[in-house]
Design a binder for this molecule. Structure first.
Ligand code: SAH
Length: 259
């Protein structure tokens, strides 16, 4: 028989891009009510002011399965919050926690609390590049084979929608970004707008607007804290006066209205 407990509770919390004002009220509430908070050091830092009197379990990248098991064990008896940056369900901890939970047969009160994911955080800093359909691809081949990533890149670029690249580069795989650009260039012209947003909505934010044909000039700015948006065939540069402000992908109102 699965064990059941009234006391325990597990919240899988998306913390948003970093600063506290971009967390949801529900996420703040789950942190406030938790006796245990489990997460990666870099995510916990902005939460310091909320963590007094709580048991903090800091874990490192690459230990996600252990972290999930530990969270579930503790949640049989205690209120536990396991935290991920952005949204926990987007390249985050939610799926592994739910898989381990299902496999263990444990019955507990579990809630996934959404957060502002990097695609939304980055898009908000450059205007409105993701106004309609768009795709999100991670260039990390740690958990997905590179051939599969390449197939997906080819498929999404071929239909001309904006593509958001997560995990564009890291020391372990510096070449995947160049590969993604090659796939983009098969389907999109050199004028296609591209934005690079590093550390969106948190300290160290940097924003670059460029074009697909010129991306090599700014490639060094791309790192593991950057989200790249390659516009589809409808995106254009957004100007205010003389200044390039960002990117607009029109939703299509111009086809129906005069403005
Ligand atoms: N769960 C997270 C994504 C984790 S994958 C989310 O929903 O946002 C890690 C990748 O997310 C990074 O390599 C980077 O591409 C992107 N990322 C996360 N936070 C970011 C931020 N504040 N600014 C820019 N990119 C970010």
């Amino acid at each position: 028989m699965p064990s059941h407990t009234e006391k325990g509770r597990l919240a899988i919390v998306g913390l948003g891009p970093g600063r506290r004002e971009y967390m949801t009220g529900r996420a703040l509430d789950a942190i406030a009510k938790a006796a245990y908070i489990i997460g990666n050091d870099s995510y916990l830092e902005p939460l310091e002011p909320l963590m007094a009197g709580k048991n903090i379990i800091r874990s490192s990248m690459g230990k996600e399965v252990e972290r999930a098991k530990q969270a579930i064990d503790l949640a049989k008896e205690h209120a536990v919050a396991i935290v991920s940056g952005g949204d926990a369900g987007v390249y985050g901890m939610a799926s592994i926690v739910l898989e381990v939970l299902e496999h263990s047969g444990t019955v507990i009160d579990v809630e996934v609390i959404p957060g502002v994911t990097a695609a939304n955080a980055a898009a908000s800093r450059v205007g409105s590049p993701l106004s309609g359909d768009f795709a999100v691809i991670s260039l990390s081949d740690l958990l997905t084979p590179l051939e599969v990533i390449e197939q997906r890149l080819d498929a999404v670029f071929s239909v001309g929608i904006p593509v958001v690249l997560y995990n564009p580069k890291s020391r372990g795989r510096p070449h995947n970004f160049a590969l993604a650009i090659e796939h983009a260039r098969k389907h999109l012209g050199p004028e296609t707008p591209v934005s690079l947003v590093k550390n969106a909505l948190r300290d160290g934010e940097e924003i670059i607007i460029t074009r697909l044909g010129e991306i090599e000039r700014v490639e060094d700015a791309v790192d593991m804290h950057t989200t790249v948006i390659i516009c589809g065939n409808e995106g254009r540069i957004w100007r205010m006066g003389e200044h390039v402000k960002g990117i607009i992908t029109p939703r299509g109102y111009h086809r129906k209205y005069v403005y």
